[in-house]
Design a binder for this molecule. Sequence first.
Ligand code: ATP
Ligand code: MG
Length: 385
Amino acid sequence: MRLKLNRFNPQKNIVSLNNINKFYGNKLILNQINLDVFNSEFITILGPSGCGKTTLLRIIAGFEKIDSGQIIIDDETVNEQVPEKRTVNTVFQSYALFPHMNVFENVAFGLKMKRVKKEDIKTKVINTLKMVQLESYYDKMPSQLSGGQQQRVAIARAVINEPKVLLLDESLSALDYKLRKRMQLELKQLQRKLGITFIFVTHDQEEALSMSDRIVVLKNGQIEQIGSPKEIYENPNNLFVAKFIGEINIFDAIVVNRVNDEYILINIESKQKKIKYSKPVKNGQKLKVLLRPEDIKIKEIKDIKNLDFVDTFLGHVNERTYKGSTLESIIELESGLKIMVSEFFNEDEPDVDHKIGQKVSVDWIENWEVILENENENENNNTIL
Ligand SMILES: Nc1ncnc2c1ncn2[C@@H]1O[C@H](COP(=O)(O)OP(=O)(O)OP(=O)(O)O)[C@@H](O)[C@H]1O
Ligand SMILES: [Mg+2]
């Protein structure tokens, strides 16, 4: 077992998918998938139910054939290669441990099949169980283990064969919230220690953000965006990605004119605002301005006469939800649009604890907005489950 602290190497591809198409019957399930997975990275396939995540894993593992395209694993084209020959291993959603075998026997199974010497099997199994902190459970049956422990056995059973790539399909989804959080951390640490490439599938955006080096957002069998969690969250390519990853407020805007190379003037919520946007625009063009709840600043209005609200929006607090360290407020703007704002509690700013009905001004820090060209929002809505 290779034990080394690892950062992924973007220079070397371990898996390349080139122009992959996959049909079930006459339904196109994967549509022109192009994806390079780097050696030793933790990459997550994220998307709503039915978008093709499991199918993508199954074609990498070799359980499903593709209709066109090329799959390369470790510099070898494997389109026709059977699953046993591929240097990948899969941990399925249901861990599928052998119920009549104890933990040791479950983990040893792959090595036994390969006719590894008994003594070597013992050393390897013990070392692998140590890695997932289950060495004292070696003689327990799967039915005597918790969900999290079973999941760790399944991972131990997969990594003992030293695959170059580990495919994990919704491996944490059966666990309760606390255990799931702990396993997320453990899995990430294990991946770093082993240096094995993890291709992880989830429909949970929070899980994807916290665990991955890169995220691939999939929708209806097509890749919508590939990027680091920060890129995906802060610079979504389109409305689907923006809405799928976390909460986001969407404003309609119209271009008034270009001010200079960097800035344009827009009409938004009946106000004119200067925003940074260097792509070409036409006067009158529709845009969407997107803001995360934590990027919006609100200020309670005590005395409306003394303040200048020329380019800030006005509204009132419609709802408030206490979230521990933050307060989430729904603000209804004068136009009737409801937006979500998330503020951290701060002892020095007693204003954060707003009353329902409180009048507020709404603004944001310049340049924190995401601007997208107008696209049909409803079309996107339908696909989010
Ligand atoms: N063996 C099959 N035969 C026919 N259609 C299939 C088969 N397997 C999957 N599909 C269809 O392919 C599409 C993608 O399924 P897939 O299991 O890859 O989705 P998924 O993204 O993993 O969803 P989930 O998050 O619910 O697990 C779905 O529309 C599904 O109904
Ligand atoms: Mg699935």
